[in-house]
Write a protein of this length. Structure first.
Length: 502
């Protein structure tokens, strides 16, 4: 079997892995990068690719320390997208011999709809979008719901209020991944290889593939929801925050009408809002369900698909009923068990991590790729990545009592979105709200002391409580056993390796 020496191994070929490989290889042409990954139910192929700042804002996120840091990252990523997109396409055009630029479905404009199938949680997010616009100097315009283009809901699902966010951008995610592939193909210092077994060596890391062993002093694990078992197999003593999955189902449908901008609700119970995103070929991408899970799932469920289509046909455009189903998507969004990303160096020499971005990965990919590449190549820590170090203490912006109340509000919002109608005799709404609160109190009580599950991940607690407790307890035990704080060891700049070795 061939032995191929490179400078950096990037493990994971989703949007973050491809973007990091591109940032490294384009910044230093003499650097040799191996990008490894397999096709599967990752997040990138199933993404809706809303490159939005305001669309993801929630009331709780806007008013928490780390939530505000995430919004600021989204603002910065939006600033970087035009230059990043142009750079990727320039390399791709070189690959194509100067042909016309491939269409990636890029556009701007989002209509946010607060409709009759909403709860107070949705309304709080709707209000927070306005506040975030004022705070960060981004335009937010009131519009009449009747003036929203390509919007034809059922009468009892119609929007009562609407906002227009003119600077929120969007892409066709699958076209963008193809653009990254073309750009990577134009770089002579990037080699693609299927996924293999990653191991540590005396000099760094080795990826054992079918036909070759790739070795490098530096490895970047960007394997999405599959990152935790890969890291544990590499070094069981690493105290990297565990990564869990948020399964999502979406679908691409024929167009009942031309869609010039994104249609979406505010973020909703446990999930992103219902949304329709224009695609490069004129079709509609409609998403997305969300089901937090301890391990990635391979296929969509009938319930998730039914819930999604019911919501889209009623709340966005009932003409979707007669359109063709072009493609069913299923993916697993990676998210740190504390609700936040894992970005940067670990305590193992030469080992870096980029995962846990949840719904922000594609939008934040230019920022993460550029900042991580600069750290790897220049050894200078990034202020943008500093809060999200992989071996940090688990982040907790929630007092326990407030987390219980917020999780109960998510559950109540889920009932409203599902059109659950309580009996009209007796005070059933109050009784149900109290029942939700009691369930969340029981859920949080069974988790390790000191760990407060982010309310958006509450289903992990009430559906997988014992397994979640075991996962977190094992992580906290590893942290306690560590003899010193988990800080990166000294690293110098990465320099190109020699030729391939047979």
């Amino acid at each position: 079997m061939r032995s191929v020496g490179v400078d950096v191994l990037v493990i994971g070929a989703g949007v973050l892995g491809r973007s990091i490989a591109f940032a490294l290889a384009s910044a230093e042409p003499g650097l040799r990068v191996a990008l490894a990954g397999r096709r599967g139910a990752g997040a990138s192929q199933a993404a809706g690719a809303m490159l939005g700042v305001l669309g993801e804002v929630t009331a709780s996120g806007l008013h928490s320390r780390h939530g505000e840091l995430r919004v600021r990252m989204a603002v910065e990523a939006a600033v970087r997208w035009p230059t990043w997109r142009a750079l990727v396409h320039q390399h791709g055009e070189r690959r194509a011999g100067g042909g016309p630029r491939a269409r990636d479905g890029y556009g701007t404009g989002t209509f946010m709809l607060l409709n009759a199938v909403s709860a107070r949680l949705d309304e709080r997010a709707f209000t927070a979008v306005r506040e975030a616009g004022r705070r960060y100097g981004l335009p937010v315009e009131d519009v009449d719901p009747d003036d929203v283009p390509a919007y034809r809901p059922l009468e009892n699902d119609r929007a009562l209020r609407a906002l227009y966010l003119p600077q929120e951008a969007f892409l066709d995610a699958r076209r963008w991944l193809a653009a990254l592939d073309r750009a990577l193909g134009a770089l002579g210092n990037v080699v693609r290889t299927p996924a293999g077994e990653l191991g540590a060596t005396a000099a760094g890391y080795a990826l054992h593939g079918r036909d070759a062993v790739f070795t490098a002093p530096t490895a970047v694990v960007a394997a999405g929801a599959w990152s935790t078992p890969l890291l544990h197999a590499l070094d069981p003593d690493l105290t990297v925050c565990p990564v869990v999955a948020a399964e999502g189902t979406s679908v691409t449908l024929g167009a009942p009408a031309p869609l010039p901008a994104v249609l979406r609700t505010p973020n909703r119970a446990y999930a992103c809002g219902l949304h329709a995103v224009p695609q490069a070929d004129g079709s509609w991408y409609v998403g997305a369900s969300a089901a937090p899970s301890l391990v990635p799932g391979a296929t969509p469920s009938a319930g998730a698909l039914r819930f999604l289509l019911d919501a889209a046909l009623g709340q966005l455009h009932h003409g979707l009923t007669a359109t063709a189903v072009h493609r069913l998507h299923h993916g697993n969004r990676p998210i740190g068990v504390d609700g936040h990303p894992l970005l940067g160096a670990t305590s193992a020499p030469g080992l870096w991590v980029a995962t846990g971005t949840h719904r922000d990965g594609l939008h934040a990919s230019p920022l993460i790729a550029e900042e991580l590449a600069a750290e790897i190549l220049g050894g200078r820590p990034s202020a943008w990545l500093a809060p999200w170090r992989p071996e940090r203490d688990l982040i907790c912006d929630w007092p326990l009592a407030q987390a219980v109340e917020e999780a109960a509000a998510h559950h109540e919002a889920l009932a409203a979105e599902s059109r659950m109608r309580p009996p009209l005799t007796g005070d059933w709404p109050t009784a149900l709200a109290e029942l939700y609160r009691q369930r969340m109190e029981q859920t949080y009580a069974q988790l390790p002391e000191g760990f407060v599950l982010p309310p958006e991940l509450a289903p992990l607690g009430y559906e997988h409580g014992p397994e979640l407790a075991k996962l977190v307890t094992a992580h906290l035990d590893r942290r306690r056993r560590a003899t010193a704080p988990a800080t990166p060891r000294a690293r110098g700049a990465v320099h190109p390796a020699g030729e391939d070795q047979e």
